[in-house]
Design a protein around this ligand. Structure first.
Ligand SMILES: Cc1cc2nc3c(=O)[nH]c(=O)nc-3n(C[C@H](O)[C@H](O)[C@H](O)COP(=O)(O)OP(=O)(O)OC[C@H]3O[C@@H](n4cnc5c(N)ncnc54)[C@H](O)[C@@H]3O)c2cc1C
Length: 506
């Protein structure tokens, strides 16, 4: 029903006819109610008004909605706003998440019905298409609007070598396809290590690395040169007992996984296309960092950052790990590439720690996470200015975007410097993406693609992230609704002006 309503609104609007149905909805959404202002204050510290008035020398401009959303049609703006509005409505999202995780989806007809609803709402909003062709078309539209894309085939975690090999081939296909796209329209390729190394092995390797950190005399015969993955403040509760050494079969599988990552990195080096390695849950992250950093040491030579790891700033040990990695990379003379995110597995991390009777590894408050993100960003921007580091600032947070942009300018970083880029997920923070792009920075949208069922775990994470009145999308919806209201007003004024024009005699 919501979908039909959505379409009806769009059709009416795209014809540019003011209609009685759209007006009250748009007007209500655009109304700067005291509740909206309060929400903005609580989440961001600044309201849109504050952002306008406080900034004297602005690096990012959010004031001029016409300029901000210049390349976005009114229909697309309205569709994005309605989708984000639905995604922020907690009861809808909670029911949706419950249904997706329930046995109901085992029944074929119900499953098909649910998939169809998901496809026409959340999927269309957050994903780039069901296959490479559709994703290419989405990327082309972005590129026309001045943004780059990060293509990501939404693969499942792998359980055995056969699924790792299948996934590896898909990653190669995605990387190769960038040759067919407009030059520079793709900023990065990306890979999930959990798709090219069996999860159980990543857990075993992480256990062994943690034990080695606890007891440096613990010998790991298979370990090659890498950067530090754990710090003294890293949680070790996942590994309470001394783990058994890897069996020859496990060592063989680890070598295979390493080779897959190495081959993908070499392919990227050949195409001069940087490769982002995603971060996952803390139970497997040490092994992911081990594989990433050891590959980085081999590939990121000659001042060229090709392999990028990911740091999740919501972890209490994030900054310490980042500093250790930057120092070790500098000593080795390699450019450390890092993508900086806040982290997407908040509730599962806290639940796991609680279930084992340990404190959560996540910062105690969101303000601490914000501060950690901004400090890590500042460190990496400084490294980028010296040429020893490269950073992808992957965030939807307007304050972090503003702080990083101002710091980059303060450090005198050229906006065309490839070592500093910003990124947001498709369907999120378009206002921030366009403000950064208008200021001259290089900005990408992360474009997950693949069959609907395959990207369900990704969509569930986006649903969790966007739900609630204080969700990340609140400011974005506000910017969009202000712009829709401005365009509506312009149409009304034009209609009025036309009505008042004296009739012309022929
Ligand atoms: C290009 C790109 C790549 C990404 N890659 C990864 C990846 O590899 N791995 C990964 O895990 N995530 C990844 N993400 C997802 C990212 O972690 C989430 O989108 C992120 O949580 C949203 O934060 P934000 O920076 O947009 O900030 P905001 O919009 O301010 O969001 C704040 C979020 O922080 C959470 N939060 C963090 N710490 C706390 C705390 N202490 N208390 C309460 N809430 C807290 C809240 O749930 C809230 O959703 C990626 C995102 C992008 C844009």
């Amino acid at each position: 029903m919501a979908l039909g309503f959505n379409r009806l609104l769009l059709r009416q609007f795209e014809k540019k006819s003011l209609n009685t149905l759209a007006a009250p909805v748009v007007a209500a959404a655009a109304q700067p109610s005291s509740l909206n202002l309060l929400i903005e204050k609580q989440q961001f510290g600044d309201t849109v008004g504050d952002i306008k008035s406080k900034t004297t020398k602005k690096t990012l401009d959010f004031d001029d909605g016409g300029k901000l959303f210049r390349s976005v049609t009114t229909g697309k703006l309205l569709r994005s706003m309605v989708n984000q509005q639905m995604a922020s409505y907690e009861p809808i999202v909670d029911i949706g998440i419950w249904v997706m995780r329930s046995r109901l989806v085992d029944t074929r007809i119900i499953r098909e019905l649910i998939m169809s609803v998901v496809k026409h709402t959340f999927y269309d909003h957050f994903c780039a298409g069901e296959n490479l062709d559709e994703a290419r078309r989405t990327l082309q539209k972005l590129w026309d609007g001045g943004l780059k894309g990060i293509m990501d085939y939404g693969l499942e975690d792998a359980t055995d070598n056969a699924s790792c090999d299948r996934n590896f081939k898909e990653f190669v296909k995605t990387i190769e396809t960038t040759k067919l796209l407009p030059p520079s329209s793709v900023s990065y390729a990306c890979v999930k290590i959990t798709a090219i190394c069996p999860i159980s092995l990543l857990k075993r390797v992480s256990d062994l690395l943690r034990w080695e950190h606890k007891d440096p005399s613990f010998h790991l015969p298979w370990k090659v040169d890498t950067l530090p993955m754990l710090s003294d403040s890293s949680p070790l509760y996942h590994t309470l007992n001394r783990p058994d050494p890897l069996t020859p079969a496990e060592e063989h599988d680890l070598h295979q996984a390493h080779q897959r990552l190495l081959k993908l990195s070499e392919k990227c080096l050949e195409l001069n296309l940087p490769l982002l390695v995603d971060a996952e849950y803390s139970s497997v992250q040490p092994a992911i960092d081990y594989l990433t950093y050891s590959t980085m040491i081999r590939i990121n030579r000659n001042n060229t950052p090709i392999v990028y790891g990911t740091i999740q700033a919501y972890f209490k040990d994030a900054k310490e790990r980042l500093i250790q990695a930057t120092e070790a990379a500098e000593k080795m003379g390699i450019v450390l590439g890092l993508k900086l995110v806040r982290g997407a597995y908040l509730s599962s991390e806290s639940q796991l720690a609680n279930s084992l009777g340990f404190a959560s590894p996540i910062h105690g408050s969101i303000q601490e996470t914000h501060a950690c993100y901004d400090e890590c960003a500042s460190i990496m921007l400084e490294k980028a200015s010296k040429g020893t580091g490269a950073v992808v600032l992957a965030t939807h947070n307007i304050e972090s975007g503003k702080a990083a942009a101002a710091r980059a300018e303060g450090l005198g970083l050229e906006k065309s410097n490839e070592k500093v880029q910003f990124a947001q997920l498709k369907g999120m923070a378009d206002g921030l993406s366009f403000a950064l792009k208008n200021a001259g920075f290089q900005v990408s949208k992360y474009l997950p693609y693949g069959p609907v069922e395959m990207v369900i775990p990704y969509l569930l994470r986006r649903a969790e992230e966007n739900k609630g009145l204080l969700s990340a999308s609140t400011m974005d919806r506000k910017l969009m609704s202000n712009e829709i209201k401005r365009r509506l007003k312009a149409v009304v004024m034009r209609h009025k002006a036309e009505e008042n024009m004296p009739p012309t005699n022929h």
